[in-house]
Design a protein around this ligand. Structure first.
Ligand code: FEO
Ligand code: CA
Ligand code: CA
Length: 655
C-alpha cells in the first residue's frame, strides 16, 4: 500500500541525506560478498551441470541463464499501461464488476454494501492463478484468487477522507476489502474473460466469519463479546500479498490491521498496553473511522479486538463452502505475503515479512509432512510447526531462531504463559531473541530453479536517523529510500534448515548513483528501479519485480521488471511494464506455461481529490477502478523470452 506520511510507522516523503561517502562504504561491503559469491557460483554450476537443465545447457554448449529477450521500456509516467514491444495488455476484471448472477452492474453513483458483496473488491494486491480442473496445469482456464487490501474513500465517494464517510459508505468499504475468487477463461485469440455465474466465484470481507485455529485458539485475549470462547473471529481486512499452498488453498496475509482500531490508550492491563504499543494501535481515533459506527473497532468497547487480526488466513478457492481459518501458528504481525515451498524432507515451509520499518523476516516449518495429492491429509498442516525469525550476521551467515514458548526468554518472566501468547505477541518475542531489524520486508519467495530465497526490503527512510538502528551489511544505506533485495541460500538447500547464508543481490535506485548495486552487472545497461515490493519467478528462474513508490522516490511511474539471477546475465535488470498515474503494481502471477502474466493495478489516482482524478483508468470516465490486467505476447510466446525461443523448462516438459 502507499504510505501515509501522517503516521510514524509509515515511510515518509523526506529529503534524502546526501549519499556522499556511502558509495565507498558500500563497495567495501560488497567486495566481501562478491568474493564469497565466486565460491558459491562454482558449487552452483557443479550442481546445475548434474541437473536435467544443466545437461541440456551443456549439450547446447553453454551454462548460462537463458536471459530475456525483450526491449526494455524507458521510465517516464505514461497515461496508459505500457508494455514492452510485441506485448499487449487487457483488463480482465475491475472493482465493482459483478461476479454473481444476482449482482447488479457497477454504478458509481449508487454504491451499496449489498451490491459490493456480489462484486469484485477494491485495491487488488495478490493474484493467484489456480488451474481448472483442480490438479491440472491448464493455462487457459482457471480461478483467480485475489486479495483486496484497503479502500480509498476519497476517490470512491465525494468525501475528504475515510473519517468523512457516513455509515453506508463505511459499509461499502467493509465489503470491498478481503478477498475474491473468480473463474476466468482464455479464448482462441488470447483474450481472458470472466465466467460471471461460476459457482466458484466468491467474496470474503470484513463481515465474514472465520474459525480460529492453532495455538492462539481459545486464548483469553482472543475472546470477545461476540465469542466468549475465542474460537471465531469476525472479518478479514488489510489483505496484502499471499501465497498458494501445494494443496490448492491460499494463505492471505493481513497486513496494516492497526489502522482499523481506535482508543488503544484505553486498555488497562500492562500486557495489553505493551502489546498495542508494539503493534502501533492508535491511542485515540483510527485511520479508517469504522469505530464511529461499529463499536467492536473501539477498544473501549472491545479491548481484545486487535488480537483477531494481523494473522495469515487460509481460504479454499476450489471450495467456497469451506469456512476460512485464521492460522495462528504463523504468528501475528503485519504480514506481507505467506509463500510456501516443500522442503527436502517434505515439510511445507512458509516465508513472511513484517512490513514496517525495523521489523523482521520470518519462516514457519510445518511439523508433519506434506502428503502429495491428499487434500484431506494436508488440510490442517499449518496448525502445528515452528515459527522462526531471522538473525542475519554481517559475515554472510544467518540463523533462524525458533519462537517457542518456554525456550530462552519466552517464559512467564517476560509475560508469556503459553504458545498462544508467543504467537499473539510475536514482535515482542522476536525482540527478546535479538532478531535483525530490516528495512520493511515485503515479499519473500523461493526461486523454483536455484532454490534460493529472495527477500525484498522496500525502503526505510529512518535507517541511521538519530535514535534509530544504524546501517549494517544487510541494510547498508542510511535513509534507504530505494530499497534492496537479499538472496538467501538455506543450508544444504534444505528450506527447513535452521541456518543459512546470504548475500546482497540488488541495491535499488538510479544506476548512476554509486550506492546502487545490480549483482555486479554493468550498471550502464540496467533500468532504474526503486521501492521493490512484490516478486515472482518465471519457469527459467528469472526474477520479476513489481514496485510501489517510484513516483515520489525516482519521479517515474511504478512498473514491472525482469532480472536473471544466474549466469552472465545475473543482475541485468530490465523494465518490462509501466503503470498508470498514482497506482502501484501488484500480483504478479504467470500461468503455468508462462504465456500469460496477470498483474494487479492497485489504487489508480490515489491522492487525487474526488472529481479531479489524476487518471480515470481503466474506463476513461467515471471513477478510477483498481483492476486485474492480463499481459500476453502478440505471438503467444513465453513472456520475456526471445522471439523464436521456448523456455528450457517447457522444452524439457517440466511444466
Ligand atoms: Fe501492502 Fe507491504 O504492502
Ligand atoms: Ca505495496
Ligand atoms: Ca506489498
Amino acid at each position: 500500500m502507499q504510505q501515509n506520511p501522517e503516521r510514524a510507522y509509515y515511510e515518509e516523503d523526506e529529503v534524502i541525506r546526501s549519499q556522499n561517502g556511502a558509495g565507498e562504504t558500500f563497495e567495501s561491503i560488497l567486495s566481501q560478498r562478491v568474493s564469497r559469491r565466486g565460491i558459491l557460483k562454482s558449487s552452483l554450476l557443479a550442481g546445475l551441470v548434474a541437473s536435467p537443465l544443466g545437461r541440456l545447457a551443456q549439450a547446447a554448449g553453454e551454462v548460462t541463464s537463458p536471459g530475456l529477450g525483450f526491449e526494455p521500456l524507458k521510465g517516464g509516467s505514461p497515461s496508459q499501461i505500457e508494455v514492452a514491444k510485441g506485448y499487449k495488455s487487457q483488463v480482465v476484471i475491475r472493482w465493482g464488476d459483478p461476479i454473481k448472477a444476482a449482482a447488479p452492474a457497477f454504478d458509481h453513483e449508487n454504491l451499496s454494501a449489498s451490491h459490493q458483496k456480489l462484486q469484485f473488491g477494491y485495491n487488488n494486491d495478490f493474484v493467484g492463478y489456480m488451474p481448472l480442473p483442480f490438479g491440472s496445469q491448464s493455462s487457459r482456464h482457471g480461478l483467480l484468487a485475489v486479495n483486496h487490501e484497503y479502500t480509498n474513500p476519497e476517490i470512491m465517494f465525494p468525501v475528504k477522507g475515510p473519517r468523512d464517510m457516513n455509515k453506508s459508505q463505511t459499509e461499502v468499504c467493509m465489503e470491498a476489502e478481503g478477498f475474491a475468487v473468480v473463474e476466468v477463461k482464455m479464448a482462441e485469440d488470447g483474450a481472458w474473460t470472466l465466467v460471471k455465474e461460476s459457482p466458484f466465484n466468491a467474496r470474503y470481507s470484513a463481515t465474514t466469519d472465520f474459525l480460529v485455529t492453532g495455538p492462539a485458539k481459545g486464548n483469553k485475549r482472543m475472546r470477545t463479546k461476540r465469542d466468549a470462547k475465542g474460537e471465531t473471529a469476525l472479518g478479514t481486512f488489510a489483505n496484502c500479498a499471499a501465497g498458494k499452498t501445494p494443496w490448492g488453498t491460499v494463505l492471505s496475509a493481513e497486513e496494516n490491521f492497526q489502522d482499523y482500531y481506535a482508543n488503544g490508550e484505553s486498555v488497562t492491563s500492562e500486557m495489553d498496553q505493551k502489546s498495542h504499543k508494539r503493534y502501533g494501535i492508535p491511542g485515540k481515533e483510527s485511520e479508517y473511522g469504522w469505530e464511529r459506527f461499529f463499536p467492536e473497532f473501539d477498544l473501549r468497547e472491545e479491548p481484545n479486538g486487535p488480537y483477531r487480526h494481523g494473522w495469515v488466513v487460509e481460504f479454499d478457492p476450489y471450495d467456497p463452502t469451506w469456512q476460512p481459518r485464521k492460522r495462528t501458528a504463523l504468528g501475528r504481525f503485519r504480514h506481507e505475503a505467506a509463500t510456501t515451498h516443500v522442503s527436502k524432507n517434505k515439510r511445507v515451509v512458509m516465508y513472511s515479512g513484517d512490513d514496517a520499518r525495523f521489523e523482521y523476516v520470518y519462516k514457519f516449518v510445518c511439523e508433519k509432512p506434506y502428503v502429495e495429492g491428499n487434500r484431506t491429509a494436508n488440510r490442517d498442516l499449518v496448525d502445528s510447526g515452528v515459527l522462526y525469525v531471522a538473525k542475519f550476521h554481517e559475515d554472510g551467515k544467518g540463523e533462524w531462531l525458533p519462537l517457542v514458548f518456554g525456550q530462552g526468554p519466552l517464559t512467564q518472566a517476560n509475560g508469556f504463559y503459553d504458545q498462544g501468547d508467543v504467537m499473539i505477541d510475536v514482535r515482542i518475542a522476536a525482540d527478546l531473541l535479538g532478531a535483525t531489524k530490516m528495512d520493511r520486508p515485503e515479499d519473500i519467495e523461493v526461486n523454483p530453479v536455484n532454490q534460493k530465497v529472495y527477500v525484498v526490503c522496500t525502503n526505510n527512510s529512518q535507517r541511521g536517523n538519530e535514535g534509530r538502528a544504524e546501517p549494517d551489511k544487510m541494510n547498508p544505506r542510511p535513509q534507504n529510500r530505494h530499497g534492496h533485495i537479499i538472496e538467501i541460500t538455506e543450508s544444504g538447500d534444505d528450506h527447513a534448515a535452521e541456518t543459512f547464508e546470504w548475500e546482497m543481490f540488488m541495491v535499488c535506485g538510479d544506476p548512476s548513483d554509486p550506492a546502487t548495486y545490480f549483482a555486479g552487472y554493468d550498471k550502464t545497461k540496467v533500468s532504474s528501479i526503486s521501492c521493490p515490493d512484490n516478486i515472482t519467478f518465471d519457469n527459467d528462474g528469472n526474477l520479476w519485480i513489481a514496485t510501489d513508490g517510484q513516483e515520489s522516490a525516482l519521479n517515474q511511474a511504478d512498473g514491472f521488471y525482469a532480472c536473471p539471477v544466474e549466469g552472465d546475465q545475473r543482475g541485468h535488470l530490465q523494465r518490462f511494464m509501466s503503470t498508470v498515474p498514482d497506482s502501484e503494481v501488484c500480483g504478479p502471477e504467470f500461468t503455468p506455461d508462462g504465456t500469460t502474466l496477470f498483474l494487479a493495478i492497485q489504487h489508480p489516482a490515489e491522492g487525487s481529490e474526488f472529481g479531479a482524478f489524476s487518471t480515470q483508468w481503466p474506463d476513461g470516465k467515471g471513477l478510477p477502478r483498481p483492476s486485474i490486467v492480463a499481459i500476453r505476447a502478440e505471438d503467444g510466446r513465453v513472456i520475456g523470452s526471445a522471439k523464436g525461443t521456448q523456455s528450457r523448462r517447457s522444452l524439457l516438459g517440466l511444466r
